[in-house]
Write a protein that binds this ligand. Structure first.
Ligand SMILES: C[S@@+](CC[C@H](N)C(=O)[O-])C[C@H]1O[C@@H](n2cnc3c(N)ncnc32)[C@H](O)[C@@H]1O
Length: 271
């Protein structure tokens, strides 16, 4: 479970400090998602839970006549996205809760998100707000994780560190949107139509370079469910946990890469 207030504080700060690592982890998915969003030149686009802005930046570069906005609850992530976009005139970032945000003079034709929508406290209310602010007929395209059991990086990590196993269908959290019928119900109740799900498998890259295992160890120590658990350990506990993790990461190493199978949905709908 990751709440809005955690994103506003420590979790958002950590994602802002490490956005290169998270962009790398999701790079295989990003390409597929951008393909699904398609061209948006001349259109208005909204990036929901935009984080450090990777999707918005790619779309802004490829669609110079578009007007793009990213919205996120984390001040640190919005600051990182603004820094990264200084050279681009067609994209801006707003610190706000997408569930309540009422923009002046902006009605998106296309709304998209890379893994930013399963953290809403009240998802039906949030998607209803997004539909209200969208143009009639607007398109929605977002990614989210499928079942934790198809994402062994999460289940194995939880088992190794004796963390509570990650839940499904419990909002808000990384696996809250794993269940197709649950997500369909939310979108349907919020007034979205033509709801469709596409399975996307991708390589979740945790480590790379000369010491990919050390790199992956740092990644999991900063991002995701292991990070707070590792921080809470004393020195000897942390050393023991790092030894277990190193052995596990070695098993997933291939040359200069540590990567895991990962399973996501790309969900599409119309307002
Ligand atoms: C897993 S991160 C994904 C960030 C970004 N989309 C990316 O792919 O790097 C989830 C993001 O959703 C944001 N978020 C969570 N709840 C939100 C809300 N109610 N409104 C706006 N953003 C939210 C978090 O601050 C965080 O940046």
């Amino acid at each position: 479970m990751t709440t809005g207030s955690e994103w506003r504080q420590q979790v958002g700060r950590s994602w802002a400090d490490n956005y290169r690592l998270t962009d790398r982890a999701f790079s295989g998915l990003t390409e597929r998602l951008l393909g699904r969003i398609g061209g948006c030149d001349g259109k208005a686009g909204l990036d929901i839970g935009c984080g450090a802005g990777e999707l918005s930046l790619a779309l802004a570069r490829g669609n110079p006549q578009s007007r793009l906005v990213g919205v996120d609850v984390s001040a640190d992530l919005v600051a990182a996205a603004r820094l990264r976009s200084e050279a681009l005139e067609n994209v801006s970032f707003v610190e706000a809760d997408a569930a309540h945000w009422k923009p002046n003079d902006f009605a998106p034709d296309v709304l998209y998100s890379r893994h930013g929508v399963m953290f809403f406290d009240v998802p039906v209310m949030a998607f209803a707000n997004l539909r209200q602010i969208a143009q009639p007929g607007a398109r929605l395209v977002f990614s989210c994780f499928r079942s934790a059991s198809l994402n062994p990086w999460a289940t194995e990590l939880a088992r190794l560190l004796e963390l509570p196993q990650v839940g499904e269908g419990i909002a808000p959290g990384p696996f809250a949107f794993a269940d197709q019928s649950y997500v369909r119900g939310i979108l349907d109740n919020a007034g979205w139509r033509s709801i469709a799900f596409e399975e996307v498998d991708f390589a979740y890259v945790a480590g790379a370079g000369e010491d990919p295992v050390g790199d992956a160890l740092q990644f999991f120590g900063r991002i995701g469910p292991a990070a707070p658990a590792m921080r809470a350990l004393d020195d000897s506990g942390r050393k023991r946990a790092e030894d277990w993790l190193r052995t596990w990461l070695e098993d997933h190493r291939s040359g200069n890469l540590v990567a895991f199978e990962a399973a996501a949905w790309i969900v599409t709908a119309h307002a």
